[in-house]
Design a protein around this ligand. Sequence first.
Ligand code: ASP
Length: 467
Amino acid sequence: MGKLALHWKILIAMALGVIWSLISGAYGLNGFTSDWIDPFGTIFINILKFIAIPLVLFSIVTGVSGLGDPSQLGRMGAKTLGLYLITTVFSVSMGLVIVNVFVPGANSNKDTKITHRLEYEVWAHDNNIEVKDGRNVMATVGEKELAEIRVKLNSDMDTEAYQKMSQKNTQKNANKSQGPLQPLVDMVPSNLVQALGNGKLMLQVIFFALFFGVAIIMMPKDKTASVRGFFDDMNEVFVKMVHIVMNFAPFFVFCLMAGVLAKSADTLSELMDIFIQLGFYALIVFGGLMAMLFGFYPLLLKVFGVKIGYREFFRGMSAAQFLAFSTSSSAATLPVTIECVNENLKVPEKVSDFVLPIGATVNMDGTSLYQAVAVIFLAQYHDVDLSMMQQLGIVATATLASIGAAAVPSAGLIMLMIVLDSIGLNPLWVAIVFPVDRILDMCRTVINVTSDATVSAIIAKSEKLMD
Ligand code: ASP
């Protein structure tokens, strides 16, 4: 066992976690799993997250200050952001195409279809939102039926999922009144310690690190030698910490898998029920993500002339991908992503230290594809026809939402509310896709991480630093 490669050990641990969750469900041990196994999974994510924040700081400063001059930074920065944007827009568009082709939200039962539609119209009416597809099914039913629907809409709000979502929604509405440039304002920290202390303010940490690194390259080398040395060494220490934790990764991953699955459903039949209801939707998201993973990224590498073989790429990235899958967090996976990209894909640190931490925060192709599919699925489910303009609006908002989403579990689900809201749909519909969200989150995080790695290899190649 000792000689087995890490990714195999992680894979075996994941399988054991699944097996354990089945046993635990069958024998009524879910309470035990939640109390005694799941906390180790949480500890693992916490350790990786606390390493991730300083690592982003130190690696970006090291990466930027290692560049020759500000113009190289400008060039590389522009290429990085350009590529990130292209891959994200591509993945949203791909999501839109597959969900329109396969229509997972279509309901063949006529009565259910009308009820869902009415739920939408009543909600829109009560919230003064215009029904854009011009239909008015509400006018055809009596007051009694409408009253029943209102009772249902209200009782839905009492469920745990709705409550969680609406808390976030209130926060989002509070931000809404602050004008279009607010996201830009939010990127600039007013208090560095606070930015470093809050895992959700990664963009602020990136802003500070870039600024700090730029200041270093603008100063004479002899004046900054000790600062550079300090940041280089700190970077190394944090990377070492990752190595230490990763030795225990299989154990932690087992705990994570067992815990997550035990919390998703109490019994096997409950798990099955969830999949029967949402299986088609989940399959479409999954199919799109797999097409990105096994088709789009290898193709992109080829198109840009990066000489990494298909197998070599996946073998090299597998440790990061398995970790992304089990933690559902690009930020927590970041240290291992950097390592895989350096050691296995042979991308120099100079590039990876700059490209990957930014990518973990702003580049989320998996998340944006999932948002496109989820929004249209929810519209189909409620029998709402979205116009071409609304669908294009989804491309824009899903792209922005994936940039703004924090690299932590379920961040994409929260951003989904913003996308729904922006095209006049009920943000609380997220509760419908909530039951399968964690498993899809695990899958989309793999794509998010793979996309960052792909872009870093392309940038390294274009800077002639690969061969
Ligand atoms: N969990 C994802 C990530 O960390 C974000 C999301 O889609 O929820 O990349």
